[in-house]
Design a protein around this ligand. Structure first.
Ligand SMILES: O=C(O)CCC(=O)C(=O)O
Ligand SMILES: [Fe+2]
Length: 485
């Protein structure tokens, strides 16, 4: 009997392997003579999701013991998500990556992994992660409608960027090809020197060699993603403009100009990350922190990007939910689930833009834009966040009015807004003055609008103006359109 796949609308792809124990999607139960689930006693009436919630509380010996009680519980207790959670909660002191979280946790060689035929078990909760780990990304990353294409350019001048492009995503095809790391880096060439160094991958710090083993040999729906902000010092790199640092390994393309967060020196928030991941790894929908813009340079591999502008008037991308002040983002789905369930709708949604950033190319993410990114092949990238000149006012507005959403500063850096203003006053007093005036005007404009709404008349009363003295005026922030271009 063929499998009935109840997930999304991808035509069933022969390349998608079955579940290792033969578990089938729930729809198949309709035609089955026998169902292993019928013999799990009182749990029979529980939804699979509830059973998983219960199993997440069990430790290793209990999971193994429960798995010995019947075939259905054996299949449930083999679920990789349970072993990944266990691994992260109580990591073994030392380990070798063995292809699955369970085999790694239990240190099982492939010959010790049992095969128990569970082909009469029907469960979407067990089958879905396997299915999602093998869907083809091609249908999503190809046939991008012309209106959605991210603009591709060889390069830009700083003037062109500042005047025309600071609020628009684009891909530059030239600058990264000059970087030494573009000519030198691959996972193989990094291993001899850095194989033993620890890099951050989500909640774990692993030697690069272990992560590369994982990258090559895993079937996770959402593969662990290496995202390390200390890579420059860990790898002993020199980074910076080539005219100031001749031995530099990479440098920000000139067009992005000055990064205004650099005036904070060592007190600036996190800025740069090395990103390594296998095919299908990536980042679910988010906006970058602290109203920063970013560039993301692909050194190896290629990345599919799908992006949406944002403002208080626009809804978030399909399948993404935000709290009223946009501080909390919930995108409960994995990248694969989102592609299966929402990509088609997203592609039709006004504002949607998409593109593939190929090896040796760099993509600009303007401040405030939503983005979801998926690696189409194993990838190495460097990303850096910055405040361009054109977004100085928006950055000041964010630091002042969204103080509760500020992130990535060291804990001992008190009041980033005041620090930023103080440093700006020292280094760029004229720019600061005009930026604050502009910000004040915007806040007064908003206040006038508010007065019109609540009183029906524009406010003329000077005492009703927001308090605005010197550099620390404290008008109440709102869901401003200043923050998001
Ligand atoms: O390469 C990626 O996965 C995207 C990274 C990203 O969105 C970010 O650094 O903010
Ligand atoms: Fe991002």
């Amino acid at each position: 009997m063929p499998d009935i796949t109840t997930l999304g609308n991808q035509t069933r792809n022969e390349a998608i392997p079955g579940h290792p124990l033969g578990v089938k999607p729930s729809g198949n139960a309709l035609f089955a003579a026998k169902n292993l689930r019928d013999v799990i006693g009182a749990f029979r009436s529980w939804p699979d999701e509830l059973i998983f919630m219960l199993l997440e509380f069990l430790d290793c010996p209990n999971l193994l013991q429960l798995g010995r009680t019947c075939k259905a519980f054996y299949a449930f207790t083999r679920a990789e998500e349970l072993w990944k959670t266990l691994f992260i909660r109580t990591p073994p002191a030392s380990f070798t990556w063995r292809g699955t979280w369970r085999s790694t946790y239990l240190n099982l060689s492939p010959s010790k992994v049992a095969f128990v035929d569970c082909s009469n078990l029907f469960s979407d909760a067990l089958h879905r992660p396997l299915y999602c780990a093998h869907i083809s990304l091609d249908p999503y990353a190809s046939n991008i409608p012309a209106r959605n294409q991210i603009t591709r350019l060889p390069n830009l001048t700083p003037e062109e960027f500042q005047d025309k492009w600071s609020d628009t995503p684009f891909i530059l095809t030239e600058p990264v090809k000059e970087w030494p790391v573009y000519h030198q880096w691959s996972v193989e060439t990094l291993l001899p020197k850095h194989g033993k160094s620890l890099f951050r991958a989500e909640a774990v710090d692993w030697p690069l060699r272990t992560y590369v083993d994982y990258m090559k040999y895993n079937s996770d729906e959402s593969p662990l993603y290496l995202f390390d902000k200390e890579f420059v010092s860990k790898m002993g790199l020199k980074a910076g403009p080539i005219d100031q640092e001749p031995a530099t390994a990479y440098w920000p393309p000139q067009c992005f100009g000055k990064d205004f967060f650099s005036i904070l020196g060592n007190d600036r928030p996190d800025r740069q990350w090395l990103i390594i991941g296998p095919e299908r790894s990536g980042s679910t929908f988010h906006k970058d922190p602290n109203a920063t813009s970013a560039w993301n340079a692909v050194v190896r591999g290629s990345k599919y990007w799908i992006m949406f502008p944002s403002s208080s008037k626009l809804p978030p991308p399909p399948g993404v939910y935000v709290s009223e002040d946009q501080s909390e983002v919930t995108s409960p789905l994995s990248i694969a689930e989102w592609l299966l369930g929402f990509h088609a709708e997203a592609r039709r949604t006004p504002g949607c833009i998409e593109g593939i950033c190929k090896e040796g190319e760099i993509l600009h993410v303007p401040s405030g834009w939503w983005h979801l990114v998926v690696n189409l092949e194993p990838a190495i990238a460097i990303t850096q966040n910055f405040i361009p000149r054109a977004h100085l006012i928006a950055a000041l507005d964010f630091l002042l009015n969204k103080a509760d959403q500020i992130s990535g500063f060291r804990k001992d850096v008190q009041n980033p807004y005041e620090q930023f203003v103080t440093k700006m006053q020292e280094s760029h007093p004229d720019l600061l003055r005009s930026a604050l005036e502009e910000l004040k005007k915007k806040s007064e404009g908003k206040k006038r609008k508010w007065d019109e709404i609540v009183r029906g008349t524009p406010s003329t009363d000077a005492s009703a103006e927001p308090e605005a003295t010197g550099f620390s005026f404290g008008f109440a922030g709102d869901d401003s359109d200043v923050e998001v271009p």
